[in-house]
Design a protein around this ligand. Structure first.
Ligand code: HEM
Length: 485
């Protein structure tokens, strides 16, 4: 079997599912621009049902998005044929909060006792703020959206590579919603950062590198003969980890109501980033190591320390494979995802606190991947605001609004997103006692930097410079369920 045949054979997700699962879950919207509209329903059910009926033909399916992404990638990798820049599409998907589903169904959507993930969805992100570590400046009473006094019923995600096309589609959606009596309670725009920063988040690091592969959907990594990895190198997991109603890693799907099949739970979170403050403290932490006489490899400065906080260099190259210096970027090289922590049990290379090790410890937890694999989420975020670059003028200064519109999909909010936030990111004793919280997204913390030259570890303070400014839990139902509402 040629590589290409093997690739095709791997895409066996039955069409009935790929036409039924909304786009952006298993196949991500390619986008430079995105608008998220948070909508409130009026009291009258009939116009809302009509609005939804009219919206459905515009909702992207997994099959459409996957086909477009494949065409784009072929155009990018072949010299002849379509210019990839000429290929663009504008995508829409819709998700509903518990209040939105309850209203549209006109009966209790979950009549029986449900697992904790469903209870989290029913209560909503505002009520679950403590679990997610949202307090102090991130307290839900301060949020711009998702507060108890701002009900959200539906979330529309509109994405495109073309800002003008996105704007046309977004205004059509706003008009249609207004006609049916829906109110836009919050609108969050996002855009990839310009120039060299494209694909990077505001702190400067490449984002979206490590996504789980999905079995029978993502192509296997050709470097991996036994197909435990999907392209580009992350482990390939059953669809049931991300889409409800499919077998999961640990066996059959939990018995959720039939209408949830082929849907996915969604977290939308606005995370403000204080870029200069975060880098200033990385610099201070690095100087502290000098002051205390910690022996370091030559040439290691603030970038070296910041790469330890993330687990990757700005380019996305892993610290695991490039411990002391950022390697030159090789165009076309596969993402650096075939990472193992087995040979680094003490975190002397990739610290236990590094953002990517905290949120996906891989084989570094007892050599068994299962626990790490059941916590995976599919991330579809995009930055908002202008890059920090004071010389570039208004909107680029330290006080301008900027951050990440974090969007993630999963089959269970409690087992996946909430567990990551509570048990790993904000647990000072994960991966080991006194590891510290995640220095990128966690609460104020002392991280313990262990090195070959200093195995006991050195405590470095990291204050919280990512603030939660809003969170909504929603559910992106299948197309067939949307038609039945
Ligand atoms: C990976 C930044 C929020 C979970 C990454 C990477 C960066 C990054 C630079 C490495 C590139 C990659 O693998 O994609 C940020 C920033 C955030 C943020 C700046 C907030 C402003 C979050 C949140 C979660 C999360 C809220 C979930 C609780 C992950 C996961 C990975 C990752 C699971 C992949 C780890 C791996 O598989 O190696 N993030 N992130 N991130 N992040 Fe975040």
């Amino acid at each position: 079997m040629s590589d290409q045949d093997a690739d095709e054979a791997a895409r066996t997700l039955p069409l009935r599912h790929s036409d039924d699962i909304q786009g952006d879950i298993l196949a991500g919207f390619r986008k430079d621009h995105e608008t998220v509209l948070l909508l409130r329903f009026p009291d009258d059910l009939a116009p809302v049902r009509n609005w939804l009926r009219r919206l459905i033909p515009h909702i992207a399916t997994t099959r459409q998005v996957a086909a477009f992404n494949a065409e784009y990638s072929t155009a990018r990798h072949t010299l002849a044929g379509t210019d990839p820049a000429a290929l663009n599409a504008t995508w829409v998907n819709v998700s509903l909060t518990y209040a939105g589903l309850r209203f549209l169904m006109d009966e209790e959507p979950f009549p029986d006792q449900q697992p904790e993930g469903v209870q989290a969805f029913v209560k909503g992100a505002f009520a679950r703020a403590e679990i997610n570590g949202d307090d102090g400046e991130s307290a839900p009473g301060e949020w711009l959206f998702g507060r108890a006094d701002q009900p959200v019923h539906a979330v529309l995600t509109v994405a495109s590579d073309d800002q003008a096309k996105l704007e046309v589609r977004a205004s059509q959606l706003r008009v249609a919603a207004a006609r049916a009596g829906l109110t836009v309670t919050f609108e969050q725009v996002g855009a990839t950062l310009p120039g060299e920063r494209k694909g990077h988040e505001h702190f400067g690091f490449k984002d979206g590198v490590s996504q789980p592969g999905v079995r029978d959907f993502d192509r296997p990594d050709p470097r991996d003969p036994i197909h435990v990895h999907g392209k580009p190198g992350t482990r390939i997991l059953p669809a049931g980890e991300f889409v409800v109603g499919h077998p999961k890693l640990t066996g059959e799907a939990p018995p959720l109501p039939e209408w949830t099949r082929n849907g996915s739970f969604q977290v939308v979170r606005r995370l403000a980033q204080d870029v200069p403050a975060w880098w200033a403290q990385a610099g201070a932490a690095r100087r502290q190591l000098d002051k205390e006489g910690i022996e370091l490899p030559p040439g290691t400065g603030t970038e070296w320390l910041a790469a330890r906080a993330v687990g990757r260099w700005r380019s996305g190259a892993s610290v695991a494979h490039n411990p002391n210096a950022e390697p030159p970027t090789k165009p076309g090289a596969p993402d650096d995802n075939l990472i193992s922590y087995v040979d680094d049990p003490e975190g002397h290379t990739t610290p236990h606190f590094a953002h990517i090790r905290k949120t996906n410890p891989r084989d570094g937890i007892g050599g068994d991947f299962t626990n790490a694999d059941t916590r995976r989420i599919i991330r579809r975020g995009i930055p908002y605001g202008q890059p920090f670059d004071p010389a570039a003028g208004t909107g680029h200064g330290p006080d301008a609004d900027r951050g990440l519109v974090f969007i993630a999909y999963m089959a269970d909010l409690a087992v996946q997103f909430e567990f990551l936030q509570q048990a790993w990111v904000n647990n000072v004793d994960f991966l080991q006692p006194e590891t510290g919280n995640d220095p990128v997204i966690g609460k104020d913390t002392d991280v313990n930097l262990k090195l070959d030259t200093n195995p006991e570890g050195k405590k470095l303070h990291f204050a919280q410079f990512v603030r939660t400014e809003g969170t909504v839990y929603a559910f992106a139902p299948s197309l067939s369920t949307l038609r039945s509402l």
